[in-house]
Ligand binder design. Sequence first.
Ligand code: G3H
Ligand code: 13P
Ligand code: ZN
Length: 330
Amino acid sequence: MINYKELGLVNSKELFAKAMAGRYAIPAFNFNNLEQMQAIIQACVDTKSPVILQVSAGARKYANQTLLRYLAQGAVEYSKELGFHVPIVLHLDHGSSFELCKSCIEFGFSSVMIDGSHLSYDENVALTRQVVDYAHQHDVTVEGELGVLAGVEDEVSHEHHTYTEPDQVEDFVKKTGVDSLAISIGTSHGANKFKPEQCTRNADGILVPPPLRFDILEEIEKRIPGFPIVLHGASSVPQDLVNTINQYGGALKDAIGIPEEQLRKAAASAVCKINIDSDGRLAMTAGIREHLTLNPADFDPRQYLSPARNLLKDLYKHKIENVLGSVNKA
Ligand code: G3H
Ligand code: 13P
Ligand code: ZN
């Protein structure tokens, strides 16, 4: 058993309490490799922002759980070396079973998500309660989920949203003892969050997606006042990155995300954690594609990963400073 505190990590409890009081959101960035971790920590040190490093089941398969945990441990030391000790949470994203959550907790994770959103309500409650009972013995925080996001979640794909039912949240939080709750109000995973036919066009002809269901969020806030809410699927899919990818040989079609002003509004509400993965993927891909197209003779990974890492860092800083509001909150 490795306790996350020995690694210099923190759980999400105090970060969420401060975010709730200060009306901002903690960035939750997914990572799978060294360059993503470096970009995240550089951005957070520059902006003095706390951060949640997220590991998905896919990331564990790709990069190995042991290596990712050492990277997170290294991230703590790296942030100090860069001159500022950033509070870092190591979080399991979309945990699918008690066994997986337990394994992560025993392995040094400071926070886990148990995603029982696809189960029946009673099964979701029972599974989440089981994870909470184990996690809290080790002072690890737990995120549960009610409501289903459309789109692809790892190997699970859902055609339609099932919005969170406000009438269920109080009971769920009480019965499970979770520390935060992910909800479904119209976001979805991936870079194709809306079909063009779901959108309208503004005066400049730019596609405008349907607004998030802030009415549902407000109802939820009334039922569980002051309780930390989590927003998944919160990438904004910056069109300049999509255009760069397509200009340099990519073929992304109908890539549409959540408008930033809606995410700003969410961050200023009870939403304390905002999950961003796809935007980072886009930044990395745009940087690599542009560099290799303009410098076709380069073959040293450092030559094309450095500009990609810089783009990624700029993206994270932009999110922290202009969307989440977590600058100077470390
Ligand atoms: O919620 C899903 C995250 O974007 C992780 O995606 O399972 O492909 O690593 P992944
Ligand atoms: P995006 O695909 O919108 O980045 O969402 C990521 C996420 O919710 C990870 O859990
Ligand atoms: Zn998610």
